[in-house]
Design a protein around this ligand. Structure first.
Ligand SMILES: *[C@@H]1O[C@H](CO)[C@@H](O)[C@H](O)[C@H]1NC(C)=O
Ligand SMILES: *[C@@H]1O[C@H](CO)[C@@H](O)[C@H](O)[C@H]1NC(C)=O
Ligand SMILES: *[C@@H]1O[C@H](CO)[C@@H](O)[C@H](O)[C@H]1NC(C)=O
Length: 826
């Protein structure tokens, strides 16, 4: 700074400094309290008592203007979290900061005018200003530190930062709202267009606005998180909640470990970002942004539209609804939204249909009642013709409270796991499913050819029966109706194995027959009486599901059939035992071959490409082609099984679903996954999406190409893990070195390069940058140009906050790879 001052100014400043030293005591460097007798000049600072925050004069970016602000003290660089005179900068360094009469804090410019000041209706005897270790600048009576007695506090006048402990929302007593507003630009902290609010008009939800226009919103608060922010509550860094009472409604978050530095900001383009400080080399890491994708754009699919980012195009109408403007809709203009297929007729009686797995629609204008249950809620909504939908308010303990919508339903997206909502439809829609017409047709056919059909179906039944009996043991068939809509129309037969036959097949679950131990329990090899080999997975007693729900899940999963998924043959639920029976895979799991220096030579390049392709196809099927849309959540080399022809088969899919896939259950809040394969946003925030699976897939691809494990990767030249190593080589234009000592077959070189490139695209830090699995399959299958890969997430072994994971994790051990189960720190 001094170099910028000219000599003349220096001497004037020097003289005034001397004079002021004689009259008003200078602010003591590094004190946390400013008394009325002191003054803070440009160049002086206040430092909070624990040394976490500094207050002083600063110039943002390339600006020469001077502002009073607060920034972090203990970390490199100047991250400003609050600005006092954001609209009224000083143009030189002659400003001072002090308490003026009545305990107002003020910034005074060189000509003695007040350019900024606080105000308060309260007055106290001995006002002082204090910078607290939370980053809150307060004016209070020197004798009291009770927040109730603060005359003024910067936490009630934030700029673009939400720090732990701040309340974002409304105080109804003072009729004041605390909200964040972005800076205008990097150089200019004055109020920008973007704001983030905790919106209490209806049931509380967080909203990001540009001017008056709503840009995005979270779904309503559901007791544990925000609807539409799946698993947003599970993280090891902070807890958060919405507090509602007669006096105030606000959102706040608190750090779980106070040595972690984390902040939430609204940037100049209106993007909310969560940051965590890693260290001096990596600096701040963003691990959560919102909006995440275009489905987060407010009302992207119009009224009654439903957005699903894995679909192409992403917009669809809710079931029983059709596009209002079919031609526009066909041209991907979704602005008109959808209307009911059959119009409502309240006087003749309507009904409510349950829709599951959704982010609840905009709650502005909604009504709620915490004391009535869902049934009463439905009865209430039915009585009032303008009530269009209802749902539970709080999803804890199986749901309670009542949330009611009046009018059109806007901004819905499909979410896994999402929430249930009951939407008003015409009575005639009930009982008729989407395939109503087909059903009629079938009925007509039955009437005509009833006898023939009956004969045929009997024949089919016995055939199937016979096949099942051959399958082994004494199996019995149980028909189960599935609760999922898409799986609804057919009844499927779920083979049930009995415990005796499985005990016999696995030689009483003997140690010799144990072939592995997954995150969910031990796996045994078994031989059925007919000679068929099976693998029996015993699920440990951690599932909180009831037996019926369990069977339902299994029924759904049995329906998933793909050449790259391990076939589930059936299950066994007897007494305390829950077991899944799979086909047995001769070549066991990929990790046992890939990472074994001797056995890995079996995997030549064509086989490796075959495996990569197979996994990609299997995963694509899980993500978008199956009726269930499953996110695997624990994709890793030990979950890829190989059959006798080295065809890869994904295993353990659907297990995450059985365990805690149902967020409305109690105690099912867990994050499953494996270090080294988990994406940053999932590992840190518990946010999972198809893109977290894509990340794991990318890790697998790089492992398959290099033959090395990501976790535990060691290189004598640097600290990077496999992802970092691959990226460094890629950036330096020598990606082939990733293969290490593998034989280099020139025929495959371009395919190897392509695989590495695709692997790197999949492990990019931000989920929105990663391709979907369908794009991956396309990229693998053709020769077109690929986008440039950006920096991967977690590319050093010093992962963000890793130690915390081992603290709170519940580890199920296995030979070399460990699936961890994180309990919700709530
Ligand atoms: C908090 O984090 C620090 C640094 O990451 C770690 O050393 C410490 O053990 C953590 N404390 C707790 C209680 O988890
Ligand atoms: C705001 O954040 C988003 C996402 O992280 C980024 O793409 C955008 O460039 C940022 N805007 C500014 C002005 O920094
Ligand atoms: C239905 O509910 C709305 C919103 O609360 C209310 O304004 C209206 O009077 C109610 N109608 C009837 C018939 O109760």
């Amino acid at each position: 700074m001094i170099t910028r001052w000219n000599k003349c100014y220096m001497s004037i400043h020097f003289i005034t400094t001397i004079i002021s030293l004689l009259s008003v005591p200078r602010m003591l460097q590094a004190a946390d309290i400013l008394s009325p007798a002191q003054v803070l000049r440009d160049g002086d600072t206040m430092i909070s008592s624990g040394g976490d925050f500094v207050l002083g004069f600063f110039s943002p970016g390339n600006s020469k203007n001077r502002y009073v602000g607060i920034w972090y003290n203990k970390i490199k660089g100047q991250t400003v979290v609050w600005v006092a005179n954001r609209e009224t900068p000083l143009t030189n360094t002659s400003g001072t900061f002090k308490l003026i009469e009545r305990g107002f804090l003020a910034i005074i410019d060189g000509s003695n005018s007040v350019v900024w000041s606080t105000n308060s209706s309260k007055t106290v005897q001995n006002p002082v200003a204090q910078l607290l270790d939370t980053g809150n600048l307060v004016v209070k009576d020197s004798d009291y530190s009770d927040p109730e007695n603060f005359l003024w506090q910067s936490f009630e006048h934030p700029t673009d930062h939400l720090l732990p402990g701040m309340k974002l929302g409304w105080n109804f007593m003072t009729r004041r709202e605390v909200y964040l507003s972005s800076w205008k630009s990097y150089d200019d902290p004055s109020t920008g267009d973007n704001t983030i609010h905790c919106d209490p008009s209806g049931y509380p939800q967080l909203t990001i606005k540009k001017g008056d226009a709503l840009q995005m919103r979270t779904g309503p608060w559901n007791g544990v998180g925000f609807s539409g922010v799946p698993n947003g509550r599970k993280n090891t860094i902070y807890t958060f909640e919405v507090v509602m009472n007669d006096n105030e409604i606000y959102y706040h978050y608190e750090l779980l470990n106070h040595s972690v530095i984390s902040r939430y900001t609204l940037n100049e383009s209106g993007v909310g970002q969560r940051w965590t400080w890693v260290d001096d080399t990596q600096g701040w890491v963003i691990y959560l942004t919102s909006p995440i994708d275009s489905c987060d754009t407010y009302g992207f699919c119009g009224v009654h539209g439903s957005c699903n980012i894995v679909n192409s195009p992403p917009c669809g109408c809710l079931d029983r609804f059709t596009p209002k403007d079919p031609i526009g809709w066909g041209r991907t203009d979704w602005s008109q939204g959808c209307v009911r297929r059959t119009p409502l007729n309240c006087s003749k009686g309507d009904a409510f249909l349950k829709y599951s797995g959704l982010k609840l629609p905009d709650t502005r204008g909604s009504m709620f009642n915490v004391s009535i249950n869902l049934e009463e809620c439905g009865a209430f909504c039915l009585k009032n013709c303008s009530c269009t939908a209802y749902a539970s308010l709080d999803i804890r303990k199986g749901g309670s409270g009542c949330l009611l919508w009046f009018g059109e339903l806007v901004d819905i997206r499909e979410e896994s796991p999402g929430e249930d909502i009951y939407i008003r439809v015409a009575f005639s829609e009930m009982g008729k499913d989407s395939k109503g017409m087909k059903l009629k047709l079938i009925l007509a056919m039955v009437a005509v050819g009833g006898i023939i059909l009956l004969g045929l179906s009997l024949l089919l039944y016995f055939k199937k029966r016979k096949k099942l009996d051959q399958l082994g043991g004494r199996t019995r068939s149980v028909s189960l109706k599935n609760r999922k809509d898409e799986c609804h129309d057919t009844e499927i037969e779920l083979p049930m194995f009995d415990l005796n036959s499985l005990t016999k097949a696995t030689d009483n679950f003997s140690f010799q027959n144990k072939i592995g131990e997954g995150g969910f329990g031990p796996v045994y090899k078994g031989l059925l009486e007919g000679g068929k080999e099976i693998a029996v997975k015993c699920l440990s007693q951690t599932s909180m599901q009831g037996v019926d729900e369990f069977k339902n899940e299994v029924t759904c999963i049995v329906k998933l059939q793909h050449r790259n998924l391990v076939r589930l043959l059936g299950c066994c639920t007897q007494g305390e035992e829950n077991m899944l029976v799979y086909e047995y895979m001769t070549n066991k799991s990929l990790d046992l071959i890939l990472f074994d220096p001797l056995k890995s030579s079996v995997l030549d390049w064509p086989k490796r490409f075959h495996i990569i392709n197979g996994i990609a196809r299997g995963l694509m099927y899980l993500h978008q082609d199956s009726c269930l849309r499953i996110i695997h959540r624990d994709l890793k080399a030990s979950n890829i099984l190989l059959d006798s022809d080295m065809n890869p088969k994904i295993s353990d899919f659907g297990l995450a679903r059985i365990f805690g896939g149902n967020e409305t259950g109690v105690n099912t809040n867990r994050v499953v996954g494996t270090y080294g394969y988990m994406s940053p946003e999932y590992m840190i925030d518990g946010i999972f999406s198809v893109k977290s699976d894509v990340f794991s897939f990318g890790v697998l691809v790089l492992e398959i190409v290099s033959g090395k494990k990501n976790r535990g990767f060691f290189h004598r030249d640097h600290q990077l893990n496999l992802l970092g190593h691959a990226w460094m080589l890629y950036k330096e234009g020598r990606p082939l070195e990733l293969m290490g000592s593998h034989p280099r077959i020139s025929l495959c070189l371009s395919k190897i390069l392509r695989s590495i490139h695709i692997g790197l695209l999949c492990v990019q830090q931000y989920p929105e940058d990663r391709p979907s699995m369908s794009s991956v399959v396309l990229m693998l299958g053709n020769e077109g140009a690929l986008p440039v890969a950006k920096q991967p997430g977690f590319f050093t072994e010093r992962d963000v906050l890793k130690p915390e994971f081992s603290v709170s994790s519940n580890v199920a051990s296995s030979a070399n790879e460990v699936s961890i189960t994180l309990l919700d720190p709530r």
